[in-house]
Design a protein around this ligand. Structure first.
Ligand SMILES: C[S@@+](CC[C@H](N)C(=O)[O-])C[C@H]1O[C@@H](n2cnc3c(N)ncnc32)[C@H](O)[C@@H]1O
Length: 379
């Protein structure tokens, strides 16, 4: 098994390298409107934004910044397959302009944009960040009524284009079964509040495009990719940044395409991707150990767990976990500075995938048939 990955240094508002309807999942985090670190980028893209700030016309500045993101969302709409899921990590902003302090509800504006494009919104995840204590005293400190509630969370907005995907061929069905996650992982991943995601370094090396990386924690795209796609799917990140989504896709056995507008980010992305072998191994070991601990504890409480995973020889709660397998990375190949091939090892658990257990209950494909779309040509 292998996956292919391509970095494209270009504007996500013009993803001309991608044909219509060939992306299975989008996981991304755009620059957040009204957060100062992104002012330059937005002002370069739209010459009306600077003057809007000078007039303290924050409504105009906010709307025009979102106008830039809307162009990317329109391209996302074009390239996704019917039934594809789009996950957008975004935070709101607070800002004082012209002496007026306000909240700018970025998440609400992005929801409106996706509804207008015909997506259905699915339940949202609130991701609680670790925060800096001084923010807690924004405003009038201990004296009512002029202190402000601090923003300690961000959103993962989730949208789907049309009805649920269906899995027609035996190969797709088998890939889906092997892409299962553990029962106890599901209980955490599908909660609408995510806590304690281990943060990621915000420092970028000298000469990088900006001081801070604005990267999300690896765990965030890794969970979303496992939750909303199957092995062999193609994931798109139109705002790739440091490449976290690509790294997570590599670890999860999905193909990935990433757009990034700042050429200086390429070296940062290459550096991040080069860390794949270690992070992939760590991730698999962490998941398997967490499951073994869970199974041991559960076995003690319940006396028995009836189902077994065939690759890892561990008890599992449901039959859907029977052929769950995590792909170990054998090799990462760089093909130039913008394309990568990941070769996976099935040797560590060298068992042919056995015939799958029969589908149960909600595991059965539902909804309208998926249009096949055109194939994405990565190489
Ligand atoms: C919030 S950061 C993404 C961080 C990323 N999730 C990570 O973990 O590193 C947004 C990124 O989008 C890039 N960007 C902004 N506008 C863009 C556009 N129109 N097309 C492509 N990339 C863009 C910025 O340069 C920045 O690197």
């Amino acid at each position: 098994m292998e996956t292919l990955h391509q970095l494209i240094i270009a504007d996500g508002a013009q993803m001309s390298a991608i044909e219509d309807r060939c992306i299975d999942l989008v996981v991304t985090s755009p620059p957040y409107p009204m957060i100062e670190m992104w002012d330059d980028l937005f002002c370069r893209a739209d010459a009306q934004i600077g003057p809007a700030f000078e007039r303290s016309d924050t409504d105009q500045a906010f709307e025009r910044m979102h106008g830039q993101l809307d162009k990317v969302w329109l391209e996302v709409r074009r390239v996704v397959k019917p039934g594809a899921i789009v996950c957008i990590n975004i935070g709101d902003a607070t800002r004082t302009v012209g002496g007026r302090f306000r909240l700018f509800a970025n998440h609400a504006r992005v929801i409106s944009a996706f509804m207008a494009l015909g997506f259905d919104q699915l339940p949202t995840i609130i991701w609680r960040k670790t925060t800096n204590a001084p923010n807690k005293f924004m405003g009038s400190g201990m004296l009512p009524p002029c202190a402000y509630v601090t923003l300690e969370h961000e959103y993962v907005l989730i949208f789907r284009l049309g009805a649920n995907r269906s899995f027609e061929t035996e190969e797709q069905k088998q890939s889906r079964r092997e892409s299962a996650y553990f029962w106890e992982e599901r209980n955490i991943w599908f909660s609408d509040v995510w806590l304690n995601l281990i943060g990621t370094s915000q420092r970028l090396h000298d000469g990088a495009a900006r001081d801070r990386s604005a990267a999300y924690p690896f765990e965030l795209p890794y969970r979303l990719i496992n939750m909303f796609s199957i092995k062999g799917d193609t994931v798109l990140d139109p705002f790739l940044g440091t490449g976290t989504t690509m790294l997570a896709a590599m670890c999860a056995g999905r193909h990935c395409l990433g757009y990034e507008i700042e050429p200086e980010m390429q070296s940062v992305i290459l550096e991040k991707v080069a860390g794949l072998p270690e992070i992939a191994e760590e991730t698999i070991e962490r998941r398997l150990k967490a499951h073994a601990d869970f199974a041991k504890e559960r076995g003690r409480q319940e006396n028995e767990i009836k189902n077994h995973n065939l690759f890892y020889e561990v008890p599992v709660i449901t039959r859907q976990e029977a052929v769950l397998r995590l792909e170990r990375v054998r090799q990462l190949q760089f093909i130039g500075n913008d394309r990568f091939r990941v070769i996976y090892e099935r040797g560590a658990d060298a068992v042919e995938t056995p015939a799958a257990p029969p589908a149960q209950g909600h595991d059965r494909p539902r909804g309208c048939p998926v249009s096949k779309g055109r194939q994405l040509k990565l190489f």
